[in-house]
Design a protein around this ligand. Structure first.
Ligand code: SF4
Ligand code: SF4
Length: 408
């Protein structure tokens, strides 16, 4: 039987976050219906309430270290849909982070070699960028084929920081001053999204700075429970702490959530689309045929709407794309990406995506574009065709690309 709708929960404040998350749950069950792994399995242990109970029983010594606790901990997507659904404001994400870190430290959870290499690269951006040069070259030529890679033409050598400097000197915007998180994977592989972000901001008279000393936001390490997140946070507090800009913008929801925790109390962190939505961005003019035929289906990333609690549709930004758009039918549900979840639990991730992407098979429009604002969600959506979940052509776009003066 469906649970009644809970009262809306506010964003957890400092006092909530400081509480022991394992004792805060009142077992009401309001979170069950929003949890993708509970929906998938119907298993109480695979729900937020079930996981919190297992973790608490273990912390209080009522059960020992148990492989089933480890299993259910790793089953969690980390989508955070349970947080806003919770009337007791349980900081579930904080609990998950702490438990995963303990499990990795105790050797109960062992991220595989692919994830260890990715962790090392994320902490060494110069190496990451150099290593991914061939990948960028192949993407430019549309020769790199992988089911999770969306089409794109990233710049080969020039960094986002250098590009922003060049464009700032050329256009001399006079409006709000923002710093951009260029990210690790974004900069190394999907740099075209960073360049588009810089172009759109500057076209809208925003001054853009890309601090050279910034590092990985730490979201990847948080998802996995890896050590060393504190060092990345300290580096970014230093990099984004100056007075040259008033706020920080990100073009990836997961990175935005991680950075907003790092800079809490120091600098506001905003999703770039949400920020542009308030400004009212320059509208792109489209030909009548494109406007009539193209259809955008908009998805809302979990780490934006649940994690950062920016749960509003960016209607002005969408209108400025010049295309017809509508929300995807399950826009507020998880796509199964979960940062690295699609790598660790591919079968679950596929099942979650199957439900969410089914509508594309009947969707109107030619072309059909699935639009989101998170590159990891983009990769997950892009996999739906190769995985046999969607049988018709569609493409995946970041919303910033549709606002881009150099875009199509
Ligand atoms: S984070 Fe998502 S998958 Fe994990 S318990 Fe909460 S709702 Fe379920
Ligand atoms: S986590 Fe929150 S919503 Fe879920 S059972 Fe506990 S108190 Fe209720």
């Amino acid at each position: 039987m469906p649970h009644p709708t809970p009262p809306p929960a506010s964003k957890p404040d400092q006092a909530t976050a400081a509480r022991d998350p394992l004792t805060a749950c009142v077992h009401c069950g309001f979170c069950l219906d929003v949890c993708p792994t509970y929906q998938l399995t119907g298993d109480e242990n695979n729900s937020p309430r079930g996981r919190l109970r297992l973790w608490r029983e273990e912390a209080e010594g009522r059960i020992g270290s148990d492989p089933w606790t480890d299993f259910y901990t790793q089953e969690c997507v980390g989508c955070l849909a349970c947080e806003p659904a919770c009337p007791a404001n349980v900081p579930y994400g904080l609990a998950l982070e702490q438990v995963r870190h303990r499990h990795v430290t105790e050797g109960r959870d062992k991220p595989d070699w692919r994830l260890r290499i990715a962790d090392w690269l994320a902490r060494h951006p110069a190496w990451f960028n150099a290593t991914m040069l061939p990948a960028r070259a192949l993407r430019r030529l549309n020769l790199l084929r992988h089911r999770n890679l969306f089409p794109g033409t990233p710049p080969l050598v020039e960094s986002t920081a250098r590009y922003a400097e060049r464009l700032m000197a050329d256009r001399r915007p006079t409006g709000p001053r923002v710093a951009l998180l260029s990210g690790c994977l974004m900069e190394a592989v999907f740099r075209e999204l960073n360049f588009a972000t810089v172009r759109v901001l500057i076209e809208n008279n925003v001054q853009v700075f890309v601090p050279a000393t910034q590092g990985c936001c730490g979201a990847f390490q948080e998802h996995l429970g890896l050590a060393g997140v504190d060092r990345l946070r300290a580096q970014n507090r230093q990099a984004f702490g100056g007075d040259d800009f008033d706020l920080v913008v990100t073009n990836s929801a997961g990175c935005g959530l991680a950075l907003s925790k790092t800079l809490a109390g120091d600098k506001p962190v905003r999703d770039v689309i949400d920020f542009l939505n308030d400004l009212g961005p320059v509208t792109r003019e489209r030909g009548a045929a494109a406007v009539t035929k193209t259809r955008l289906y908009v998805d809302l990333p979990c780490h934006l709407i649940h994690g950062q609690r920016v749960d509003r549709v960016p209607e002005r930004a969408l209108a400025a794309t010049g295309y017809r758009w509508e929300l995807a039918p399950l826009a507020r549900e998880c796509c199964g990406s979960g940062g690295v979840y699609h790598l660790r639990k591919p079968e679950n991730a596929r099942e979650i995506l199957a439900k969410k992407s089914a509508f594309l098979n009947q969707a109107e429009g030619d072309p059909v574009w699935l639009v989101t604002t998170n590159h990891v969600c983009m990769m997950q959506w892009n996999s739906a065709r190769a995985a046999g979940l969607v049988r018709r052509p569609y493409e995946v776009r970041h919303l910033i690309q549709l606002l881009d003066p150099a875009g199509k």
